[in-house]
Design a protein around this ligand. Structure first.
Ligand code: URA
Length: 220
């Protein structure tokens, strides 16, 4: 079995723990924070996450002529991108992606735990037909046990997306979630803003933020 440290080095990009980020996390994690502040500061963090995810995509060299006639040896963004939020919590990250990537295509998947088997089950998927030739930013703010994430990644792989073309963007995660995803899909990369200590018996992350979807969408 590969150690979590190897996954952290190879597969996981954690945002730099700046004072700004820690202060925003402090607001989001506080259970007394209003819904408006929760949404405002999570959206700020989501933008940083999406920028970091975009930076993992390939760039192509591009020379341009500047206004003074000199050459700037630059880069062109990767094309062929699709964002795939996992319904419902992942939809909290869609606006952040749309704000940063003009005209980005958006697919959707809905995965829920089957009440009888307790296994994650795919209920709905609507993805671009040419997804196999695209880079995919898979969006879900909570990577906890990894069950939903793995089911969603499997949907993409079954549609022909190479594992290495998938970047999973998640607000927070835990070692258990990283292990679950990276052991099954070792070429998928994960971008996150924090790695929590552990899961509790109800599969909530500690210290965590509670139920992200409920707090973001106001259904507590
Ligand atoms: N989903 C959440 O919303 N929060 C957790 O801590 C774990 C899963």
């Amino acid at each position: 079995m590969i150690s979590i440290d190897a996954y952290l080095e190879k597969n996981v990009h954690v945002l730099p723990q700046t004072g700004q980020l820690r202060a925003m996390h402090t607001i989001v994690r506080n259970r007394d924070t209003s819904r408006e502040d929760f949404v405002f500061y999570s959206e700020r963090i989501i933008r940083l996450l999406v920028e970091a995810g975009l930076d993992l995509l390939p760039f192509t060299p591009l020379d341009v002529t500047t206004s003074v006639g000199a050459t700037y040896h630059g880069l062109a963004f990767a094309g062929n991108l699709v964002g795939v939020p996992i319904i419902r919590a992942g939809e909290s990250m869609e606006a952040g992606l749309r704000a940063l990537v003009r005209g980005v295509r958006i697919g959707k998947v809905l995965i829920q735990r089957d009440k009888t088997t307790k296994q994650p089950k795919l209920y709905y998927a609507n993805l671009p037909r040419d997804i196999a030739s695209r880079h995919v930013l898979l969006l879900d703010p909570m990577l906890a046990t990894g069950g939903t994430a793995n089911a969603a990644i499997q949907v993409l792989v079954d549609r022909g997306v190479p594992e290495e073309n998938i970047v999973f963007i998640t607000f927070i995660t835990v070692p258990e979630g990283i292990e679950a995803v990276c052991s099954r899909f070792p070429r998928v990369r994960i971008v996150t803003s924090a790695i929590e200590e552990r899961l509790n018996d109800d599969a909530y992350m500690l210290p965590g933020v509670g139920d992200f979807g409920d707090r973001f969408f106001g259904t507590e």
